[in-house]
Design a protein around this ligand. Structure first.
Ligand code: NAD
Ligand code: G3P
Length: 373
């Protein structure tokens, strides 16, 4: 339950963080149950002009670095002080690259009051095993945490092209509905399912498949190969999710967070986006395409810095994190696509992406608990 006039803070102000703030700010103005102002925590940086990013956002109402040309709404207030940004919030939206969340949570222990939602696609791997970002938030901050994932390339939502998203919740349907209300607009259609882990794993694992799809594009292998990689990737997403969390529902893979997100991040829509005068589709796919075109000779770190100008890739680190889980649990042979993506990222040639089928897995090993399609 959240009190009337909930105050919302968005923790994060990157490419998606900025658009999430815009979506939310359009709704808090319209809905009586939310305070108009939306605070947005900015990881402060100095722009080439010498000005601070947060000051420029507040002066221009645009995130000139991560989402240029898009007005966020006058009720969005950028705040570089994390503790101050969350102080009065009763609804917290976490949307930073996943690798920064552990440090952010440490700074927020004991300072958070109410409900949270994570828009972050990624996971941490600890000694005791994998930890989803929503669990990290819940465990470290002692609050409940829903998730919102979907086919949501931020640049397209920024210009109000229609898309859908899925809220995943654990038990509290009323809180899930409040999140749906906060995000839902005429061009951003949100629905809720009772499957936090399923929704979050879909959003997380599709980034590994998007890297594989990028390799296919870089090697100019065509649509049949891409479709095969997506099908096998979806199968591995489902098997991995169900092995980790048997409660994950099959139906979740047919929501926006599942097959739709997989499709959007694996598609090469450069032509369409060119017409819209935008420069990017999925970042994981694009960087992986460049990696394969260069025969793996330029590192992902180098390509990320050059192509994304401060935005962050999630798929390469997620592939490593997934690989650690697979190795630790003795599941490597069950997940040839996931394993090969990581191996290509660190050493083997990109062409291995279509050679991995030589290691066809023995699916019966999982004893029926994780049946493939
Ligand atoms: N961009 C999209 O289209 C999109 C869509 C859906 C989900 N997501 C997910 O949302 C999450 C956030 O992505 P994004 O696109 O908003 O971010 P981004 O890729 O634009 O990342 C850059 C952000 O990270 C911040 N940052 C850099 N160093 C930092 C540090 N040390 N500590 C904290 N913050 C730091 C930068 O200030 C900037 O705000 C990711 O998990 C991503 O997968 C992104
Ligand atoms: O640009 P990507 O590859 O990080 O993907 C963005 C979103 O996750 C698409 O839903």
């Amino acid at each position: 339950m959240t009190p009337a006039n909930s105050r919302v803070t968005v923790v994060g102000s990157g490419n998606w963080g900025s658009v999430a703030a815009k979506l939310i700010a359009s709704n808090t103005l319209k809905l009586d149950s939310f305070h108009d102002e939306v605070r947005m925590w900015v990881f402060e940086e100095t722009l080439p002009s010498g000005e601070k990013l947060s000051q420029v956002i507040n002066r221009t109402n645009e995130n000139v670095k991560y989402m240029p040309g898009i007005k966020l709404g006058k009720n969005v207030v950028a705040d570089p002080d994390l503790e101050n940004a969350v102080r009065d919030a009763s609804m917290l939206v976490f949307v930073t690259p996943h690798q920064f969340m552990e440090g952010i949570c440490k700074r927020l222990v004991g300072k958070i009051r109410r409900d949270a939602i994570s828009l972050i696609k990624g996971m941490e791997v600890k000694r005791e095993g994998p930890c989803m970002i929503s669990s990290l938030i819940s465990e470290q901050l002692g609050i409940s945490c829903c998730v919102l994932m979907g086919a949501n390339i931020a640049n397209e939502i920024a210009v109000e092209k229609f898309s859908e998203a899925t809220v995943g919740y654990r038990k509290d349907k009323e809180t899930a509905e409040k999140w749906v209300q906060l995000f839902n607009t005429s061009y951003f259609m949100v629905s809720a399912v009772q499957d936090v882990e399923g929704v979050e794993l879909c959003g997380t694992l599709k980034n590994v498949v998007a890297i594989a799809a990028g390799f296919v594009d870089g090697l100019e292998m065509g649509n049949n190969t891409k479709a095969a990689i997506m099908r096998i990737g979806l199968r591995e997403m489902k098997t991995f999710s169900k092995l980790l969390f048997p409660s994950v529902k099959d139906s979740t893979f047919f929501e926006s967070c599942g097959v739709a997100d997989l499709i959007t991040t694996c598609c090469n829509n450069a032509k369409l986006l060119h017409l819209l005068l935008l420069t990017s589709g999925g970042r994981n796919r694009r960087c992986a395409e460049a990696f394969a075109r260069n025969g793996g000779k330029r590192s992902f770190d180098e390509l990320e810095a050059e192509m994304l100008q401060g935005q962050k890739l999630q798929g390469v680190s997620t592939a490593k994190e997934v690989y650690e889980v697979l190795r630790h649990r003795g599941w490597l042979e069950l997940f040839p696509l996931f394993s090969t993506v990581h191996e290509i990222c660190i050493a083997v040639p990109p062409t291995a992406i279509v050679e991995y089928s030589e290691h066809t897995p023995k699916f019966s090993l999982v004893g029926g608990s994780a049946q493939f399609f």
